[in-house]
Design a protein around this ligand. Structure first.
Ligand SMILES: NC(=O)c1ccc[n+]([C@@H]2O[C@H](COP(=O)([O-])OP(=O)(O)OC[C@H]3O[C@@H](n4cnc5c(N)ncnc54)[C@H](O)[C@@H]3O)[C@@H](O)[C@H]2O)c1
Length: 288
């Protein structure tokens, strides 16, 4: 997709972080943008700020894990702007960090996969038929993660491997159809956002019963991981990378090379039939 002026973008998770930056970058390129987020106050503020700069945007409170909510987002976007050309399935949460996979509750699985994986499925199911129908050039950006291309080490990483796999299948489906719709699997490394504070948006019905020990472990993990984000890449830099990827119709979009040795390590282990050395892991202190 080369022409952005007057086209329409939908961005989920647009109330903050990378989604907020994508919405702004698209608007600056002359697009009309529908911002979707479950966090209403942040969404309203983002919409207000963009409108103050003279951009044509709407905000729709949307829980991406709900297919009905996604349909409502589509209806409101089409009512306001008529068509959709770019879809960023970007909303995500850090999800379950409290322990092993077998200690996770059904609510942990439902929340983590509901937002990170089903949110992308719902976006694809809702918007791709419309994009195929109008037939104009379009693009879908699914926010995976660098954790999608290395050995996964938690539930979050499992969801991101699934998002990458989904994107590769979607890419092939659209190429087979000869559709003028590109697909990008965005794999950010470490970006300065509030990603490890996703619990703020965890729905009441998916919260676990109080368990102080478990909560303490989760809080320690979130604090440790949040400290990695300081001084990391800014969301606006990722937005620039995304614009370029859309223009170039690039499927694999990695934001940096700091994780290359881990990508290679995983591939080498698989090819050699060798078990992973668990001490080989991302070291933020060694970031280039
Ligand atoms: N920050 C990083 O280092 C990093 C690295 C790799 C991938 N990512 C991915 O980038 C994406 C954007 O995250 P971010 O880093 O900007 O964090 P962020 O927390 O700033 O933004 C995520 C947004 O998603 C929204 N959201 C959460 N649950 C939702 C739901 N059910 N429905 C709709 N919106 C919901 C939040 O309100 C928030 O505005 C996520 O998919 C995340 O997994 C982040």
């Amino acid at each position: 997709m080369q022409e952005f002026t007057g086209r329409v973008a939908v961005v989920t998770g647009a109330g903050s972080g990378m989604g907020r930056a994508f919405a702004q970058r698209f608007a600056e390129a002359g697009m009309r943008v529908a911002l979707a987020d479950v966090e209403e106050a942040a969404l309203d503020q983002a919409v207000e700020e963009l409108r103050e700069r003279g951009h044509d945007v709407i905000g729709v409170r949307t829980d991406v894990s709900s297919a009905d909510a996604m349909r409502e987002l589509a209806e409101q976007t089409l009512e306001a702007f008529g068509k959709v050309h770019v879809l960023c399935n970007n909303a995500g949460v850090e999800g379950y960090l409290e322990g092993t996979l077998w200690e996770a509750t059904p609510k942990d699985w439902a929340w983590t996969f509901g937002v990170n994986f089903w949110g992308v499925v719902n976006g694809v199911q809702t918007f791709v038929p419309h994009m195929l129908e109008h037939g104009e050039p379009g693009h879908i950006v699914n926010t995976a993660s660098m954790t999608a291309v290395i050995r996964p080490n938690n539930m979050y990483a499992i969801t991101k491997h699934a998002v990458l796999a989904l994107s590769e299948v979607l890419y092939a489906n659209l190429r087979d159809r000869g559709a003028p719709i590109g697909v990008s699997a965005l794999c950010p490394g470490i970006v300065n956002t509030r990603i490890y504070r996703g619990e703020r948006n965890r729905p009441a019905e998916l919260r676990n019963d109080p368990d102080p020990d478990r909560e303490q472990i989760g809080e320690a993990q979130r604090t440790r991981l949040t400290s990695y984000l300081e001084g990391s890449m800014e969301p606006s830099e990722v937005a620039e990378i995304v614009m370029q990827a859309i223009r170039e119709q690039r499927l694999y979009v990695l934001t940096d090379t700091d994780w290359n040795h881990l990508i290679e390590d995983r591939q080498a282990n698989i090819l050699a039939g060798r078990n992973p050395d668990l001490s080989v892991r991302f070291n933020p202190a060694a970031r280039g």
